[in-house]
Write a protein that binds this ligand. Structure first.
Ligand code: S3P
Length: 169
């Protein structure tokens, strides 16, 4: 079984995925970490040196590979993964896989991302909090149509980590 966590940047995919995998005794993989390990570089460098289109191609390539996994796996995707190419279709059609959208509100995401911009090439250049808020609002609106196709949606606002993990299980 592959449990696929999707959601916007800073929605908790990797943190919660790691804990969930431990609880279930599943393997844990984060797609961004997997790309970095296999490409021997950072996501930021891929964006900087090769551009976003190249990154999206790599992302689709490694997603496809991981969806063929036969071991029990919790897989955390990048925030944009479901929104490019035919990735969401692949996710929904993957054998023995379930996708869960970790839904966080715009204020929650803004509060987290204000302090976590630097490692995220899509927002690293946004200078003021006001512009960041505007960007996230629009971006999340565009992406929600993909996220909401997931097999399940879990709202995470105002819930403890423990409660979210219990709900996920
Ligand atoms: C991206 C999110 C990032 C990473 C890349 C692009 C996006 O992952 O894949 O910077 O398009 O939202 P996180 O969601 O883990 O930040």
């Amino acid at each position: 079984m592959i449990l696929i966590l999707i959601g916007y940047m800073a929605s908790g995919k990797s943190t919660l995925g790691r804990i969930l995998a431990k609880k279930l005794n599943y393997e844990f993989l984060d797609l961004d970490d997997y790309i970095e390990a296999n490409e021997n570089t950072t996501i930021s460098n891929i964006f900087k040196l090769e551009g976003e289109i190249y990154f999206r191609k790599k992302e689709t390539f490694y997603l496809k590979k991981l969806l063929e996994s036969k071991t029990n796996l919790v897989l955390s995707l990048g925030g944009g993964t479901p929104c490019y190419s035919n990735n969401m279709e692949m996710i929904l059609n993957a054998n023995n896989a379930k996708s869960i959208y970790l839904k966080a509100s715009i204020p929650t995401l803004i509060a987290r991302l204000k302090n976590e911009k630097s490692k995220r090439p899509l927002i690293a250049h946004i200078e003021t909090d006001e512009l960041l808020e505007e960007f996230i609002g629009k971006h999340l609106f565009e992406r929600s149509q993909y996220y909401s196709l997931a097999n399940a949606t879990l709202s995470t606002d105002n819930k403890s980590e423990k409660d979210i993990i219990e709900e996920l299980i």
